[in-house]
Design a protein around this ligand. Structure first.
Ligand code: COA
Length: 168
C-alpha cells in the first residue's frame, strides 16, 4: 500500500470509494439513507486536487483503496472527507490516511487537525478519539466549526460533533 497525491484521472475512483465506504451506514437503520446519499461531486474533488489536498491510498497493483480530502483553514487542517472502500476497511488504511493528514499539516504549518463527524457511530467519533482527537465543547468551537455543524443540521444530520487533534 502507498499513499500519493490524487490526480484528476482518479476522480471516478474517489467517488466510487466514497459510495462503497458509505455502505457501512446500512448497519444503522436511522442513518441507512447515507448509503445512497450524494458524496463529494466532481467539482469538489477537482478543487481539492488542485490545492494538493487530496490523497489516495492504493495497493501494489494500483487499485484505489481510500482517500482523504484536506484544506487549510487558518491554522487548522480540516479533514473534509475520509473514506476507505468497504472491502478494505479495518486494515489500518484509515489510520494511515490520518498519518498522511498529520504530515501534510506539518508541511503546511497547521497546528491542529479538525473535522466533524457522528459522535456515536463507532467508526466515526470513537475511531477518531482512539487516534487522539478530542470532542470540542460548544464554547471551544469557533465560528468556522459552528458554521459547518449548523449546515450539517440544516441538511438533516443530527448527532454530529466537531473534533480536533492538536499537533503542537
Ligand atoms: C472511518 C473509516 C475511514 C476508517 O477507515 P479504516 O481503514 O476502516 O480504519 P482503520 O482500519 O485504520 O482503523 C479501524 C480499526 O481497525 C483496526 N485495524 C487495523 N488494522 C487492522 C487489520 N489488519 N484488521 C482488522 N482491523 C484492523 C485499527 O486498529 C482500528 O482500530 P482502532 O481504532 O481501535 O485502532 C472507514 O471505516 C470508512 O470509510 N467508513 C465509512 C465512511 C465514513 O464514515 N467516513 C468518516 C467520515 S467522518
Amino acid at each position: 500500500m502507498r499513499i500519493r497525491p490524487a490526480l484528476l484521472a482518479d476522480i471516478t475512483q474517489l467517488m466510487a470509494i466514497e459510495q462503497s465506504a458509505a455502505q457501512a451506514f446500512l448497519q444503522l437503520p436511522e442513518l441507512a439513507w447515507l448509503a445512497s446519499a450524494e458524496g463529494l461531486d466532481e467539482k469538489a474533488h477537482e478543487a481539492f486536487i488542485a490545492a494538493n489536498g487530496s490523497w489516495l491510498a492504493e495497493d501494489n497493483q494500483g487499485e484505489a483503496l481510500g482517500f482523504v480530502c484536506l484544506s487549510l483553514e487558518g491554522q487548522a487542517l480540516h479533514v473534509h472527507e475520509l473514506s476507505v472502500r468497504s472491502q478494505s476497511q479495518g486494515q489500518g488504511i484509515g489510520r494511515q490516511l490520518l498519518d498522511q493528514a498529520c504530515a501534510v499539516a506539518g508541511q503546511w504549518g497547521a497546528v491542529e487537525l479538525t473535522l466533524t463527524t457522528f459522535a456515536q457511530v463507532h467508526w466515526n467519533g470513537p475511531f477518531y478519539a482512539r487516534y487522539g482527537f478530542e470532542v470540542l465543547a460548544e464554547p471551544q468551537l469557533g465560528a468556522r466549526l459552528q458554521g459547518i455543524l449548523a449546515t450539517e443540521r440544516a441538511h438533516g444530520l443530527s448527532g454530529r460533533c466537531a473534533m480536533r487533534l492538536p499537533l503542537v
